[in-house]
Design a protein around this ligand. Sequence first.
Ligand code: ADP
Ligand code: 5GP
Length: 209
Amino acid sequence: MLEEILPQQGRLLVVSGPSGVGKDTVLERLLDPAQRPPNLVRCVTATTRPPRAGETYAVDYYFFSREEFEARIAENFFLEYAPYGERLYGTPRDFVERERARNNDVILKIEVQGALMVKQAMPEAILIFLAPPSWEELERRLRARQTDDEEAIQRRLQTARRELETAPRYDYLVVNDDLERAVETLRQIILAERCRIVHGDAHVPPPPA
Ligand code: ADP
Ligand code: 5GP
């Protein structure tokens, strides 16, 4: 009853935020099979960067050579793609469309240029910006991760300043101060969005007689 006033396909949720803010940590917790909201799937994206220690093909990323990646751009394989540092990153269009058609909500973890491209192509996409509680804490987390040298950390912090400037174009701001709280907030945003009524001509009630 009344299902017709809800979207007829799964939602597209896009999570961005500066490197080191905790995107992977938060999403891993959200998607933990023990507590994952039903009908929520994460989209594995593609990159030209090499795998880091412990990363697996098709689980963390599709790792493509630049030639493979460029060939797929030409085939319209990507819903969006963007450079980040020296590398290219892109979202496979097929997966997103197939899962949404099955009424699954798709979660994408992509950087800000890609997120804004998605919003332009699909205005119904829900953009969520994950922000650190402070610059000091962001810097601390980047160091704690122990994946970068000092120069790379400084570069990431500079990029983070530019990324934060795009936050006003997002739909939601979630501060990742306490991990459990941030995961819970994200879960609640998803649950609330699942109740959002689609407003369009099809659903405008007839004028009073
Ligand atoms: P991103 O995916 O955004 O680059 P990560 O998930 O790799 O960030 O997190 C960066 C570091 O911050 C990791 O060491 C992670 O354990 C830590 N971290 C993530 N969320 C929190 C939090 N809420 N409080 C403290 N540390 C956190
Ligand atoms: P990393 O190399 O640290 O895994 O990712 C670098 C950045 O690329 C992160 O901000 C990540 O969210 C983003 N990213 C990952 N996949 C995609 C994608 O498919 N498209 C875009 N635009 N960004 C992506």
